[in-house]
Write a protein of this length. Structure first.
Length: 641
């Protein structure tokens, strides 16, 4: 077999179609993007192809021609400066460096009003495209960038990365605490769940074990088992109240940036830029829309597990057995369903070759699960009758239980083994796939290459695949804790495994490109889908986030705070949902419908039925109740006569 002769060294290479198309996109993209951005109604133009009266679609080409002239001039300048033999390579490099210009057309589309709510998969795709284009540009320009003195000094610094991460984390905490307090004062928090946890911590600070009067039976174990909350009692006792819980949750969740930074520094220890890559992964953590959602949705014990999962993975990788034991113990004490996560971490330890450590971990998790379910939560009569099923763990998977009313966990396993066709179609629904894509966006789905670290994510993937109900794959609810922390950690291993396949000369440019792409994906994802910007998709719980209190809301909260101060601390209080967290710092708190005969009633009239309001008026006429305060036609406070 004879080989084709090599082309002459001086023979020009033919222009490849892919380079020509990318160069055209670089040239035309900025002009088209500016034209679209300056339209009075971007939604009409970009989604419906409807122009303003008198406008012509040919106008866009005028803008495109203007940007094309500028970009063409840059190509001519670079081509003129390059030597003949290197001209083709120089122009190809320039085309890659200018790749972000080609995707500028996506920016006006990303910022079409309400797009992030109606077409989330499109937002994910466009964000990933923007991040990828920036990454390619930086990777291509890296040979020139690394020679810049300032960039080299910053890159070699050992102090700048942790300082930068600390500043980002503190800024995140300040923003989240502020937004959480605003949400609470706007009456968007609820007795389920902020009121429950505030009442629980009040009792814990007074030495009572897992007690809350909101739940029937006056025990938290009628719903969940979270002994770790007792440890928060000393902190809570310093400044009792729901706003303390809001601050604790925000700070603790933000602290997950620390273990993800340390994990990245350890896992990527062979690369000089490992500390800055740690900052990039920390930034991705702080920008994650799910982190914003769980931070700003009342308070939940489950959310406390997020940083612990990262600490456990870090402990295993760095062979810190004491830290592993402490973290696993804390996870098992956090909530009754976290033993499943601990089993996944045990499988991860097994995959890492720590057989004894894995076996002890899995046995401890199963033993804890059995003790909690068989000994602590065997009181179905004290569940709230209208919500009992929501606390039965198997009910979260009732579609994979053939007889949901009588079946249990064993039936889930039987269905998985005996009816895989049903399981596949139940798992691969569009809603679940979009949810997984949004979870993976801040780390660009690098978890896929995470290798053995995927075992730590196994329960989260199973939970999503088998779960029933939209709440279980809602990007902003606390169930995301089963997935996104382990996904973030697996992404660190994914980067190492992916870039490690490259030869030495290509690693540094690839790492620089990934660092920029990850930063872009995190920031843009947090802005379009999270709380960083004016996202129409972001929800705090099941309601849009309120970012500022208007004058009426401030006046209403000031009135409410003053009125609540008049209620004696030892009085029993019944409240409706939105007002419960504002009177929960006391020994006896009830939901209005569970206990209408408390000493005081704090009622949001919009949350009552016509019959309930009629009953209240009748009780006042009979002299059973005295209306002591009211705010407009919205809030009424009654005292039992």
């Amino acid at each position: 077999m004879t080989r084709a002769p090599n082309p002459e060294p001086d023979a020009p290479r033919p222009i490849e179609l892919r380079w020509l198309l990318l160069a055209l996109a670089n040239a035309l993209g900025p002009g088209l993007a500016l034209w679209a951005w300056t339209r009075s109604d971007r939604k009409a133009v970009l989604l419906d192809n409807v122009l303003d009266p008198g406008a012509s679609p040919w106008d866009a080409l005028v803008w495109a021609a203007g940007s094309a002239a500028l970009v063409a001039g840059l190509y001519l300048w670079v081509g003129a400066r390059a030597q003949d033999r290197e001209r083709g390579a120089a122009l190809r490099r320039l085309t890659l460096v200018l790749a972000p210009l080609a995707v500028t057309i996506t920016i006006p589309l990303l910022y079409v009003p309400e797009l992030e709510r109606a077409r989330r998969l499109l937002v994910v795709t466009l964000t990933a495209v923007c991040a990828g284009a920036l990454g390619v540009s930086v990777a291509t320009a890296w040979p020139w960038l690394r020679e810049r003195e300032l960039l080299a000094r910053v890159g070699a610094s050992t102090r700048a990365p942790p300082i930068a991460l600390a500043a980002l984390t503190l800024g995140h905490c300040a923003m989240m605490i502020r937004l959480g307090v605003i949400r609470h004062r706007a009456l968007e928090s609820r007795i389920w769940d902020l009121g429950i946890f505030d009442n629980l911590l009040y009792h814990a600070a007074h030495g009572h074990w897992q007690t809350t009067t909101v739940l029937r039976g006056e025990t938290f174990t009628s719903a969940h088992v979270a002994p770790i909350l007792q440890l928060l009692a000393p902190i809570y006792a310093i400044a009792p109240g729901p706003e303390t819980l809001i601050a604790i949750q925000a700070v603790w969740l933000a602290s997950g940036a620390i273990p993800i930074y340390l994990l990245a520094v350890h896992v990527l220890d062979e690369w000089p830029a490992r500390r800055w890559l740690g900052v990039v992964f920390g930034l991705s953590w702080l920008c994650h829309p799910s982190l914003h959602g769980v931070t700003l949705f009342d308070f939940h014990a489950l959310t406390l597990a997020a940083p612990m999962i990262l600490w456990a993975i870090y402990a295993l990788e760095t062979e810190r057995l004491g830290l592993w034991i402490a973290t696993i113990t804390a996870l098992l004490l956090t909530r009754e369903d976290l033993p499943f996560v601990v089993v996944a971490l045990g499988l991860y330890a097994l995959a890492a070759g720590r057989r004894r450590q894995a076996a002890v971990t899995i046995v401890a998790a199963l033993a804890t699960l059995a003790f909690v379910k068989l000994a602590l939560m065997q009181h179905p009569d004290i569940f709230m009758p209208d919500a009992a099923s929501s606390y039965q763990y198997a009910s979260r998977f009732n579609k994979v239980i053939p007889n949901a009313e009588t079946g249990g966990a064993g039936d889930i396993i039987a269905t998985v083994l005996s009816n895989p066709g049903f399981v596949v179609q139940h798992a691969l629904t569009p809603a679940k796939l979009i949810y997984t894509a949004m979870l993976a966006l801040p780390t660009l789905a690098l978890f896929v290459f995470g290798g053995r670290a995927l075992w730590a994510l196994s329960f989260g993937l199973i939970f999503t695949a088998l779960g029933t109900g939209s709440n279980l794959h809602n990007l902003y609810l606390h169930y995301t804790v089963f997935s996104f922390p382990a996904m973030a950690a697996a992404a660190v291993f994914g980067l190492r495994n992916l870039v490690g396949r490259l030869d030495e000369p290509r690693r540094a440019p690839a790492l620089a490109g990934f660092a920029v792409a990850l930063s872009c994906a995190g920031l843009l994802g947090g802005e379009r889908l999270g709380a960083l910007g004016e996202s129409a998709a972001f929800m705090s719980g099941n309601a849009p986030l309120i970012r500022e209190l208007d004058e009426l809301a401030r006046e209403r909260y000031a009135w409410l705070a003053s009125a609540v101060e008049q209620i004696p601390e030892d009085a029993s209080v019944s409240a409706t949902d939105s007002l419960g967290p504002h009177v929960s710092t006391r020994a006896r708190l009830y939901h209005f419908r569970d206990q209408p005969d408390a000493d005081w009633l704090v009622i949001n009239l919009a949350e009552t039925s016509r019959g309930e309001r009629r009953t209240l008026r009748a009780r006042v006429r009979r002299g059973e109740l005295e209306r002591v305060a009211g705010y407009a036609d919205e809030i009424a406070i009654y005292r039992r006569s």
